[in-house]
Every structure is written in C-alpha cells, then in structure tokens.
Design a protein. Structure first.
Length: 429
C-alpha cells in the first residue's frame, strides 16, 4: 500500500540505529578538531543563491543542475546550501574574522542539498562534516588538514583508506594550462561523451575525471596540470608531497583529480575506499571526503585576499561503509530501571522520583499512561531492564517503594528516600 506521505525523493529520516553512527562520527571529528583548536561554527541552511553561483562557479554541475532554489515572498532568490565552504567564507567575511589570530580554524557539520539522481550513497539531502583553515599559504597547512582527515578515519577504525592528491595550479598558471587542454580536447571532441562535449568550452578540467571509458582514454593522454604549474605552484606542491612523506601518509598522485568546484586552487585531495560491489567480486570506488586549497575564494566573495584550505567528509557514506564493515556505532545508555506506578498519587510521586533519577544520571523508563501492573512489567521485560520499581497506592501513602529484580521476580520494599541510592548500589555490582 502506498503511504499518503513519504520522505521526499533522495531524502531520508535518521532513525535510532543510524543516529549512533552520526553521533560517533561527529564525536570523533569534534575531539580531533578540538585537539587542533578548531572552533565549531554553523551557518544557515539557506543562503543567497548568488553566493554559490559566484563561489562554486556558474558552469559547475552543482550550480547548473543540482542546486535547490526558492524565491522568498520579498522576491529574493535563496538556495539550499549544496556545500559548506562558500557559506563559511561568507561568515568569515561578515563577522570580521580576519582580525582573529591566524590561522583561523573552523569546523562544521550539518545537512547539504543537491538535486542529484538518487542512488546508493548519493542523496539529495546528505550530511557532511567540514574543516577549514583560513589565513595561511604554507603547504604545511594542506598536509595538516590531510593528516587530520586521516586521523578521523583512523579513529573511526576505517581501514584501507586511499588518498589521492593533485595540484591544479592557480590564476598564475591555470589559464595557460586550460588553453592547452581545450586545444587538445577540441582535437578529440568527436570521441567524447555528450556531457563532456558540452564541457570542453564550459568546464574542460572536469572532463579529466569523467568516468566514461571513452573519455578516460582521451584524458589519459591529455596534458597534465602538474607538468604545467608555474614555479611557485610547483614548489608549493612539491613541499606538500614532502610533508605527506614525512607523515608517512599513504597517498597517490592522481593527475586527473580536479574536483567539482571552481574555487579550488593548487592542492586538491580526495579520500576513498575500494569496496566489493554487492553480489559481485568487482571493486567500486567510494569517495568519502574531498577538499583542497581555495586561495581566491575570500577575495571573490568580497573579503581581503586570504589563502585557505579545507576538507568535507560525507557522513552518510561513512555510515554505509561502517555498517558494511560491521563497525560499531556509539552506544546509547540503556534504561536501568522501570518506574511502574498504580493510581494518581503514585503517578504524581513518580514524576518527582523521575527527577531524582535524572539528577543521579541513572537512565529510566516509565509508562505513565498505563494503570495495569502486568502491562507495565511486560514493557519492562521488553526493554530489558534489570530492575522495576513498583509504586502502588499503599507504598505511595507510606512513602516506600518496591524494588523488583526482573530476572528472579524477587521483591524488596525500601524507603522512598533511599531508593535512588539502593538502585545505584545494585547497578554498580
Ligand atoms: P564534495 O562536497 O562534492 O567534495 O563532497 C565531499 C564528500 O561528501 C564526498 O566525498 C562524499 O562522501 C559526500 N557527498 C557528496 N555528494 C553527496 C551526495 N549527493 N550524497 C551523499 N554524500 C555525498
């Protein structure tokens, strides 16, 4: 039967089981970001549409095809944020963060929206965590952010992570490289896929990471960015690789890695795993995080020129992988006691008693709408508590309560004022 209402295509609820994974990932990111003195920041889910068309680039797939926009009653165009860096840079400029000690280190985590064709690991609403470092040009910072992301995956116990890196140059050398690339691609345009044919003029670099076999063949012989970097960009990239070597990080140079957003300059990187496809031995590559330098973005969005580097991790995909590999989510504290009650006086006193258990940090469960003891004890059994507290009318009047050990059915009456301590002692055993 079709339900009257379902979550929108490509968007999903996060239910109890998945929430433990979200919490685990966010806790690991928070701890590691905290060690490196990143400060958390959150920006609105909606931004002016132009922030993204300007920041990410008009000819990118994200802006051309995937952005959700809406028109406000006042006639302004807003967009559901498709990525986190442009909003962070907007906030950096808006709040005068240039006056903070450098580098400014910010981290964030939340939902993003892209109108993509939904498939496994690709959603229209998805969650990302991100780390941004603003105000430093040194390639040591690029290496630091790669190291931080690597530590996040390590702490999540995700093994066999691959790191791909490349440099795509900057305004000093990329225009020349682009010309070379376009002239090469034009000479082979007849053999490119329909999508890439269109990109020759609009976004030629993206053709390098097209997954179509015929395009891959063409890009394998295309001029490579790293062969056409100016001396400053080459030096920056060489140093970055030396830092990675020093850190013994398992990276590969991928001359075809360009990333999907126009704001990147110089260093780009991606973290991925290779997993067996379901019911087949074929391997598929899953991108888990990606980032790079964006030295021109602050200026492009109206701030003072500020070099910066960042990374975003795909939380939904990390969760899918953790489940696939049977990695454990964060454990939620389970209720330790069930508060059963009979009658109005007992209900009133249970409400007060609940507050005592909360203060003592002992998780409990109650079903105040029920009046039958057997129904309540049944629920207690289902949720698997060790003890139930039975508050009958007689006990409520006498200011006492019965502790029932669920496994044995053994019962003991204690003074109401002592019950929290009694339970504390019992659950410690
Ligand atoms: P990007 O912002 O495109 O660089 O993406 C960074 C990471 O976010 C990717 O490596 C993916 O893990 C994740 N990601 C990007 N797009 C989606 C999507 N539509 N659904 C789920 N995860 C995504």
């Amino acid at each position: 039967m079709r339900l009257k209402f379902q979550s929108p295509t490509g968007m999903h609820d996060i239910l109890e089981d998945d929430y433990g994974y979200y919490e685990k990932i966010n806790t690991v990111v928070e701890n590691i970001a905290g060690s490196y003195s990143f400060k958390r920041i959150e920006t609105p889910i909606l931004e002016q549409r132009e922030l993204f068309s300007k920041g990410i680039g008009l000819s990118t797939d994200i802006v051309k095809k995937e952005i959700f926009t809406l028109r406000t009653k006042g006639g302004n165009y807003l967009a559901l944020r498709p990525e986190g860096t442009a909003p962070i840079v907007r906030a950096y400029i808006e709040h005068g963060m240039k006056n903070l000690p450098k580098p400014v280190k910010l981290w964030h985590s939340g939902p993003y929206f892209r109108h993509e064709k939904p498939q496994s690991g690709r959603f229209r609403q998805f969650w990302q965590f991100g780390l941004e470092i603003l105000g430093e040009e040194s390639s040591a910072i690029d290496a630091e952010i790669v190291q931080i992301a690597y530590s996040i995956f390590k702490d999540l116990k995700i093994k066999n992570i691959g790191i791909e890196v490349n440099s795509i140059g900057a305004s000093c050398c990329r225009p020349y490289y682009k010309k070379l690339l376009v002239s090469y691609l034009r000479s082979r345009a007849g053999n490119l896929c329909v999508n890439c044919k269109r990109k020759v003029k609009e976004n030629p670099l993206r053709i390098l990471d097209c997954k179509q076999e015929k395009c891959q063949k063409i890009s394998s012989e295309a001029p490579q960015t790293i062969d056409h970097l100016c001396s400053d960009c080459r030096k920056h990239f060489k140093e970055f690789l030396e830092f990675l070597d020093e850190l013994e990080l398992p990276y590969n140079l991928n001359p075809h890695l360009v990333r999907g957003l126009d704001y990147y300059t110089r260093t780009v990187f991606e973290f991925f795993v290779q997993e067996k496809k379901k019911d087949s031995s074929e391997l598929t590559t899953i991108a888990l995080a990606g980032g790079g330098r964006y030295d021109d973005l602050v200026k492009l969005l109206g701030g003072k020129p500020t070099p910066a580097v960042g990374i975003a991790g795909g939380i939904d995909r990390i969760i899918l992988l953790m489940k696939e590999r049977a990695l454990k989510p964060a454990q939620k504290p389970k209720p330790k006691v069930f508060l059963a009650q009979l009658g109005n006086l007992a209900k009133r006193k249970t409400l007060k008693l609940a507050e005592e258990f909360r203060k003592a940090k002992i998780p409990f469960y109650s079903s105040l709408g029920r009046d039958s003891l057997s129904v309540q004890l049944n629920i207690a059994n289902k949720i698997g508590v060790q003890y139930s507290l039975i508050f009958g009318q007689k006990e409520a009047l006498a200011n006492s309560i019965i502790i029932r050990e669920m496994k044995t059915g053994k019962q003991q009456e204690v003074d109401l004022v002592k019950v929290v301590n009694e339970i504390k002692k019992k659950i410690k055993k």
